[in-house]
Design a protein. Sequence first.
Length: 408
Amino acid sequence: MAKSKAFSPTPDEVVAHLEALQRAHPHLVEVTEAGRSEQGRPILAAAVTAPEAPADDKQHVLIVGGQHGNEEGGRMIALATLDWLVSRVATATRRRQKVVIVPCVNPDGAELDLHNTPADVAPNLDHPDTGATSPEGRAVEAVARPLAPEAFVDLHARGYTGHSFGMVLFPDTKVSTEDGTLLHAIAADMARAGEAAGMPHAVHPLTWPGWGGPGIDHPSTTCWVYRQFKSISLLTEVAEDDRYSYPAADRVRSGLAKVKALLAWGNRRHPKLYYSGYPCGLVAGLFVSGIVAVGRSAAERRASRLAAWARRADFLQIDRCYPERPDDRRIVLHFRGRALRSPVGLQTFVRGHRRVRSVHWNGRVLKPAEAAGWTTWQDPCTTYVVAAAADLPAGEHELRIRYEAAGP
């Protein structure tokens, strides 16, 4: 039965909070209306970033809360995240990232304390590839599409669980990639942060249909964002109950700690990728032989990732020519369909710290360059090389790398 009064923060309180933030920090915060709910309430999105840093070199993050109206924890954590983002301690994140937060996707449900919308639509399950049917789902898609985020979080609450545990969950991913390993590692990192803030946590895949699984084609927001944009896509839960619940301050502290742990990933580099930021640039295959996004700026790498991800089924095979020689590596990429007119990289490795003597792409010598050449770096035991092609026609493409001889 619907309650007569919404739980705080109410939809009106969310609107007032966003408007106050924009007035207090007009140079950092921009509030826009993403859409209107079924009953005409505004669904607002707040973008936070540092205007003095180049916009084209910022990663994009989307965070949504309040998809279920009777889960006030998601709304509370979304607002707390906004408050943290405008603080001095978030300066590095603002300079490297643009974070857009929709704190209350389902304002009608929040006002009436309903799980779904008054039309009994679950907004978080309203994202088939044909597009959302509800105004709430369409509002989320209207924010997500131009943003094409590198990272996404859907903030939920485990209603009716009382003094229980929080969760971080990740969706099914494309087969033959390292995405599952990456998402599990990031989710575990977020859960550790939530526990350090005082809330027990669990981590596991989104296997229940109400959450967003199983299957990559599930119409949940979490799966849809991954499917559309190759984002680091996660869902969090905080324990709460109308009768027996942890104090709101505890729920917010733990939830905010998880979000901050995710945002920290955008400010560092994964050792098996060349570029700093969220590790979503591996589009197909493995770190040891895979297709990666390339570009001199975050915007160029985003465009490269989206173009390659849209054609992921056309990267048929990456053949490492066996046996692999220690100083002369040969890889053949099989690509089908129309030409890919966006830069894309082929990444490979060799054991040890090795100097690259030459890189050939289809018999042509490549020079060191990010968008149409090659780059190299090392982790503790490996030397990686990415060869970037500015244009990729269908057919077989050979990458050949010669290294200086290994030492004794």
